[in-house]
Design a protein around this ligand. Sequence first.
Ligand SMILES: [Zn+2]
Length: 248
Amino acid sequence: MQIDGQVETPADNADEPKRTKAEQKRLILVEIDTGEYRLQYPLAFAQNVSALELYAAIEAGMKRVEDLLGPFESKLELLVPGQIVFDDPSFPSHLGIAGLTQEADDGTIQVVVSLWAAKGSTWPHEFFHARLRELELAPPRWLEEGAAHFVESANGFNEELFELLLSSGPLSIEDISKIRGISDKEMRVRASGWAVVYYLNKIRGKKLQHVMLLQEVDLPSTAEAFEAIKEERNKMMESNASNKIAVF
Ligand SMILES: [Zn+2]
């Protein structure tokens, strides 16, 4: 994996060619250390996402995850590269990588969010993965990703994944278990996970942390989950429509 535009120390190395002024400028890092996390990002990126926007997105994302799963115990390292590229040729080229969470050798949890995603919902998504690592919870990958997409919005609804399920339908848990690694069905896998999490938390009232502890055999089918979501959605539309009539 390569993290393009990632933090590099502008050390003077005699073997390296001299950097131009513009190149040197790219290496100036903004560092924000709140005690809870340390964020580093190249100052040059501030033309795309200002430090204040970035800070606001991080704080909001962290709060959402802490409200759901309790406060972080360790200090996180946050990085904002230009983009994240996997050098694995089997990785579907149409998928952009918004963020990733990894554990460094010293046990520090690193959260990396691409600049193009740094204003939005990728922060709560990645913080969710990070907090699960701290809690030592390791649900099946499809379910964890589904839950991470669930926490991207305050109400858990994910329009994009819902639309994908409307057009392609969910994959069964059995079909998901046959897929190895990241395939061209990745977004459908995630959407199916999202449907199960949304259904259990929002419709059946189960706590998110509890859902993350369930075994696959104890989960409802993805079809059952999606049907219930569609039904809930239809009811909501109907009541919205009748509300409008009442107003006029
Ligand atoms: Zn994820």
